[in-house]
Design a protein around this ligand. Structure first.
Ligand code: AKG
Ligand code: FE2
Length: 383
């Protein structure tokens, strides 16, 4: 079994300067705004120019590949968006409109199939490689149906995917590969922005988990609850979401009220998951979000959740510094990184809702309670 210690990097960095590279990016004191590619209609203010911006930040990912100082500015914008919002949109990410459109079509065609074709995949067992269901276990989002499956590496998983519609594997496969590439660029930028060396965790992320959740929401009818998917956070490092029409709502960190995410043609929505909160030792927080049914149309979304392989052991430490000191003194940290005793297994984190016996369980439980208090329901999603 592989061991992956992604505990408190910032402490480790001070002790093992050869393991980790530079301490973050040199960035000029005055950073210019990113270039915004999307229509101005819904972009009243740029995030970097105004802290009171009400529009979710839009990042031009093409600028990451430019000269080092431009890249440094983009990384700074991404990390700022992660801290203030917990999410952002990306444009100029290199995925063609035709690939995105084809993926939405394939998803929509799958949901239009007869029950007989879909129920082949019906299962409440979260360990099934492909799973179809017509309701969430939260008992709230009854209107939604979904198909969930793994996607990376494609050659390991594609054999389990639906064979109907006949183009499903090709269209979703092409999309999945492209999204995995974008997730690598984003993780690299975010980890660099947190002060880790470029390409940190690269190999583990390349071979890491990609989990696709294809969601199908009917048009709102007056009998329905307007909530298509109850408030939750996702468990991975990052979620990248493609939506056929608006419906995603987020609770940005900076102002705690629901914000609708527009469906900008060609843009992808990105948000922070629970594991990045743990990995960053609480510097970044996972984003609470939900989906709302539309009055005038049905809606499809494809969420791609990215993280480490499930068999990795994760040495996770509680986000608050006092907990870190009291639970994991440095000597324990150093010895456990070698012996790997006392760590919480990644699968336990994924499958347990509130096992207080693990540190990640504590994190999960406290978030669950916080969400429950706020919204009355806080199911962890995709477990
Ligand atoms: O449909 C959406 O907009 C949200 C989907 C989502 O949050 C999820 O699949 O985890
Ligand atoms: Fe989600």
């Amino acid at each position: 079994m592989h061991i992956c210690c992604i505990a408190n990097h910032f402490d480790i960095e001070r002790h093992c300067s050869t393991e980790f590279g530079g301490k973050g990016l040199a960035c000029p004191p005055a950073c210019s705004s990113p270039v915004y590619m999307a229509s101005r209609a819904w972009l009243p203010q740029a995030l970097s120019s105004s802290p009171s911006s009400h529009a979710v930040p839009v990042i031009n990912l093409g600028r990451l590949r430019k000269d080092p100082s431009t890249r440094a500015l983009v990384i700074q914008d991404i990390v700022r968006a992660c801290r203030e919002w917990g999410c952002f949109q990306v444009v100029n990410h290199g995925i063609s409109m035709s690939i995105m459109k084809a993926a939405l079509e394939a998803a929509s065609e799958f949901f239009e199939l007869s029950a007989e074709h879909k129920e082949v995949f019906a299962s409440a067992n979260i360990r099934q490689p492909v799973r179809y269901d017509t309701s969430s276990r939260d008992g709230i989002s009854r209107a939604r149906s979904f198909l969930k499956h793994y996607a990376n590496p494609l050659e390991d998983w594609v054999q389990f995917w639906p064979m109907h519609p006949p183009t499903y594997r090709k269209k979703i496969g092409e999309y999945a590969v492209e999204i995995q590439r974008v997730s690598m660029q984003l993780m690299d930028a975010i980890l660099q922005g947190l002060g880790l060396r470029s390409m940190y965790l690269q190999e583990k992320l390349e071979k890491g988990m990609q989990f696709l959740a294809l969601n199908n929401y009917p048009q709102f009818s007056h009998q329905d609850d307007r909530i298509g998917l109850a408030p939750h956070s996702d468990y991975g490092f990052l979620t990248i979401l493609l939506q056929s029409s608006p419906g995603l709502e987020v609770m940005p960190h900076k102002d705690n009220s629901w914000k609708a995410i527009p469906a900008i043609p060609g843009a992808l929505h990105v948000h922070i998951g629970d594991h990045l909160e743990v990995l960053s030792n609480g510097q970044l927080k996972s984003l609470v979000h939900r989906a709302i049914l539309n009055h005038d149309e049905a809606r499809i979304s494809i969420a791609s959740i990215h993280g480490l392989k499930q068999e990795f052991l994760l040495l996770a430490f509680m986000v608050s510094p006092w907990m870190k000191r009291s639970i994991v003194p440095r000597s324990w940290l150093m010895s456990t990184t070698q012996n790997c005793t006392g760590e919480a297994a990644f699968m336990i984190f994924l499958t347990s809702y509130r096992p207080i016996s693990s540190i990640k369980g504590l994190l999960r439980a406290s978030r669950s309670m916080e969400l429950k208090k706020k919204y009355g329901s806080a199911p962890p999603e995709h477990i």
